[in-house]
Design a protein around this ligand. Structure first.
Ligand code: ATP
Ligand code: RIB
Length: 309
C-alpha cells in the first residue's frame, strides 16, 4: 500500500466572482457568477491527494465559525484525517477573494485569519501525525517559522519534503536545504532568485532550476502553466508537456499538480512518471470551476484521453 501523505498548511473559504475579464485598479465591473468553495493551498493539496486515493492527514488551523466547520467536513468527506485541524476561538477562518476571468485567468487576495496563527508549537503538538509519513507537503500561506518547523519534523521522521513556494516570497536557504522537491511556478521561481517576475521559456526555467538546486533542494520542478513543467534533478533538465485543454479556471491547478505528484511518488513511480501523472490531474482540473471542487478522482485521471501541447 502507498505511504501516508501529511499536508501542513492553510485552509481558506474561497469567495469567487466570475466576470468577462479581471477588473483593473479603481474599476467596478459587473460579474456573471458568484460561488463559495473550499480552498486554501494546503487544504487543496490534501483534498486532491485524497481524491486520487492517497492516505492523507492535514494539519492546520481554522476559526470557530461556519467556514471552518465546512472546510473541515469537506476534507473529512474526501477521506482526510482532520484531527490535526483545530478551530481557534476569536479568530476568523482564512478567506480568499478570487476574481476569475472568462479566459481562465484569476487574481486572488488572501486574508489569512487562523492560518496566520498556525504556530511551530502547533506543529510540535501534532508530532504523532508525522509518524509513518512518506511525504510532507508544505506551502507558504502560514507563518514561515511554522513551515520550517514542519519541514524539520518531516526530516526527523525520514519523510520527503515537497515545498510549494506559493504565494511567492524570498526564502532562507535553511528551508531550501530541508526541501527534497521544490515546485515553484514561473513567478515564484523568478522571485526566489531575486529576478523580476515574467514568463520563462524552458531553457531559462532550467537555468533557474539549477540555481535553486544549488541552494539546497534535490529536485526543482518549475510549473509553466499550459507549457507543462521543467524538471531539474535526477538527470538532464527536461520539459514535460501539459495536456492540451480549454482552461475554464486555473485556480488551484498548481495544488492539484503537487497533490498528484506526491501521490505518484508515494506509490513508487519514478520522478518523470509522477510528473506526467501530475500534469494529467492538473490539466483536467483547469477545465472546471473552483479549487477543491475541480480536483479530479483517480478514475477520471486514469481514463482521460488527451493530447499534449
Ligand atoms: P495556480 O497558482 O493557478 O494554482 P501554478 O501557477 O502553481 O497554479 P501552473 O503552472 O499554472 O501552476 O499549473 C500547474 C499545472 O496545471 C500545469 O503544469 C498544467 O499541467 C496545468 N495547467 C495550468 N494551466 C493550464 C492550461 N491553460 N492548459 C493546460 N494545463 C494547464
Ligand atoms: O492555490 C489556490 C488557492 O490559493 C485558492 O484555493 C485560495 O484559497 C488561495 O489560497
Amino acid at each position: 500500500m502507498a505511504g501516508k501523505i501529511v499536508v501542513a498548511g492553510s485552509l481558506n473559504m474561497d469567495l469567487v466572482g466570475c466576470a468577462s475579464r479581471l477588473p483593473v485598479p479603481g474599476e467596478t465591473l459587473i460579474g456573471h457568477q458568484f460561488f463559495q468553495a473550499p480552498g486554501g493551498k494546503g487544504a487543496n493539496q490534501a483534498y486532491a491527494a485524497a481524491k486520487l486515493g492517497a492516505r492523507v492527514a492535514m494539519i492546520g488551523r481554522v476559526g470557530a465559525d461556519d467556514f471552518g466547520r465546512r472546510l473541515r467536513s469537506n476534507l473529512a468527506e474526501a477521506g482526510c484525517d482532520v484531527s490535526g485541524v483545530a478551530a481557534l476561538p476569536s479568530t476568523s477562518t482564512g478567506v480568499a477573494l478570487i476574481f476569475v476571468a472568462d479566459s481562465g485567468e484569476n487574481s486572488i487576495l488572501i486574508v489569512p485569519g487562523a492560518n496566520g496563527r498556525f504556530s511551530p508549537d502547533d506543529v510540535a503538538s501534532a508530532a504523532g501525525h508525522f509518524e509513518g509519513a512518506v511525504m510532507v507537503m508544505l506551502q507558504l500561506e502560514t507563518p514561515l517559522e511554522t513551515v520550517v518547523a514542519a519541514a524539520r519534523a518531516a526530516r526527523q521522521e525520514g519523510a520527503q519534503v515537497m515545498l510549494d513556494p506559493a504565494p511567492a516570497r524570498p526564502l532562507p536557504d535553511e528551508l531550501l536545504r530541508l526541501t527534497d522537491i521544490l515546485t515553484p511556478n514561473e513567478t515564484e521561481a523568478a522571485i526566489l532568485c531575486g529576478l523580476p517576475p515574467g514568463r520563462l521559456d524552458p531553457a531559462r526555467a532550467a537555468a533557474i532550476g539549477q540555481e535553486l538546486r544549488g541552494r539546497g533542494s534535490e529536485v526543482v520542478i518549475i510549473k509553466l502553466g499550459e507549457q507543462g513543467s521543467v524538471v531539474v534533478g535526477g538527470g538532464e533538465p527536461r520539459l514535460l508537456p501539459a495536456p492540451r485543454v480549454t482552461a475554464i479556471d486555473t485556480t488551484a491547478a498548481g495544488d492539484v499538480f503537487n497533490a498528484a505528484l506526491a501521490v505518484g511518488l508515494s506509490e513508487g513511480r519514478d520522478l518523470e512518471a509522477a510528473c506526467r501523472f501530475a500534469h494529467r490531474a492538473a490539466s483536467l482540473s483547469v477545465t472546471r470551476l473552483g479549487a477543491q471542487s475541480a480536483a479530479p478522482t483517480r478514475a477520471e485521471v486514469d481514463r482521460w484521453d488527451y493530447r499534449v501541447h
